[in-house]
Write a protein that binds this ligand. Structure first.
Ligand SMILES: CC(C)(COP(=O)(O)OP(=O)(O)OC[C@H]1O[C@@H](n2cnc3c(N)ncnc32)[C@H](O)[C@@H]1OP(=O)(O)O)[C@@H](O)C(=O)NCCC(=O)NCCS
Length: 372
């Protein structure tokens, strides 16, 4: 068995931001248009009027202040409410592939590697742009990597679940250096016209290099002490978009074909699951939660993260569990990886940290790291 490290990370940040004020302004215009269009039914009591959203609610309920998106005009157009993306010909790199290559190149550079050093590519994200060929194989070719590639989806836990596959492959010797990449184009599956969740998501792509400790050359290497994954079925976060929609003669624009959730139930149910998962994992590795120097948690809700950390360590400071969701919003599986990417430089050799995702499935994945 080989010792395994994370030796580099990368982050692709889309060019456009949408502030809460911009988002709410366009959402409220959408509401007014809809209510005017359905004024007769609303007056007759056969239809409920839509309600305005508010900046204050969004910030208080979630901690989110803005999000990055690949395309802004379509999302903010009250007669459309989703991004305007251009279809690409088959011989051009796909959009997910383009984001993945940008984030991966940064991660490779950090790790002091080139594409040729990679012998496995895992493209792990909440949604895939197409059924096949796998996005990972396209990314493998674009980077000049060898070995194999495959796509995987465990929603918000896609990145941590992929890191465990990468760690196991490197530990057992079936791969030497694995790229895990998470192109999360959440704007494509976000219900921008649903007040309960229109503010939640942002687009981004993260990348992580997982390799044998004895091949790592960077000074910023993080030994993987352990990984642990868990799932428990729940319908509280769900998206029914899929390849059978056509055969079912269902409406491709129906509400259930984009992200939906019972946010309050998710909040209440997932906090104890995540805290117990991290505590159990650390205990089996011989570490007390209070001895952990940093928690890089899933970034869905500020209050959720504070509760998880309070249960674990009694303290919920930004130093212990940094937040990035105020700037990025929820970026699905990439959130905890963005936190790790941006908030690890100040840790010292020997410091222990935990990356932990939690989300749809339900799914929880933890990766315990020690700075070399
Ligand atoms: C989504 C979330 C921010 C909502 O916050 P919340 O405090 O639970 O809010 P609720 O949905 O219970 O709504 C509270 C009230 O605000 C209202 N409200 C909802 N959205 C609103 C909006 N955009 N603007 C203004 N008011 C709004 C609701 O109608 C409700 O009103 P009521 O009390 O009169 O019924 C929060 O539940 C959350 O983040 N949950 C975790 C989600 C998660 O981790 N998901 C994983 C996804 S990957």
């Amino acid at each position: 068995m080989h010792s395994v490290v994370i030796s580099g990370t990368g982050l692709y940040q889309p060019p456009h931001t949408i502030t809460n004020a911009e988002l709410v302004e366009s959402f409220n215009r959408y509401v007014d248009l809809q209510n005017a269009q359905h004024a007769t039914e609303i007056a007759a009591g056969t239809r409920e009027p839509l309600q305005h959203s508010s900046v204050e609610f969004i910030e208080k309920a979630s901690g989110i202040k803005q999000r990055y998106v690949l395309e802004k005009s379509g999302i903010l157009d009250p007669t459309r409410m989703y991004p305007r993306l251009q279809e690409r010909p088959d011989d051009q790199l796909s959009l997910m592939g383009e984001l993945a290559v940008a984030a991966s190149q940064q991660a490779l550079q950090q790790a002091g590697k080139t594409g040729a050093d990679i012998d496995a590519v895992l493209c792990a994200a909440s949604n895939m742009q197409r059924a096949y060929p796998a996005m990972a194989v396209e990314i493998q070719q674009a980077l000049g990597a060898g070995g194999y590639g495959f796509d995987m989806n465990v929603a918000c836990s896609s990145a941590t679940f992929a890191i465990e596959q990468a760690v196991n492959a490197v530990r057992t010797g079936s791969a030497k250096c694995v790229l895990v990449v998470n192109p999360e184009i959440t704007s494509g599956h976000q219900a921008w016209n649903d007040r309960d969740c229109h503010f939640i998501f942002g687009d981004v792509c993260t990348a992580v290099i997982v390799e044998r400790a004895d091949t790592a050359t960077t000074a910023d290497a993080w030994e993987v002490l352990g990984t642990r994954l868990a799932t428990q079925f729940s319908n509280n976060i769900r998206n029914n978009f899929g390849f059978l929609n056509r055969s079912e003669d269902s409406d491709p624009n129906a509400r259930d074909k984009t992200f939906r959730q019972e946010g309050r139930k998710v909040f209440k149910e997932v906090v104890p699951i995540a805290a117990a998962h991290i505590e159990g994992h650390l205990s089996d590795l011989g570490h007390a939660p209070s001895a952990v120097r940093r928690y890089w948690l899933h970034q869905a809700n500020q209050g959720m993260n504070q509760l998880v950390i309070k249960k674990l360590a009694g303290d919920a400071s930004a130093d212990l569990a940094p937040l990035i969701l105020d700037e990025f919003a929820n970026t699905a599986s990439a959130g905890s990886i963005i936190a790790f990417h941006k908030h690890r430089a100040d840790l010292a050799a020997g410091d222990v940290g935990v990356i932990c995702s939690f989300g749809a499935g339900y799914s929880v994945g933890s990766v315990v790291l020690r700075k070399r």
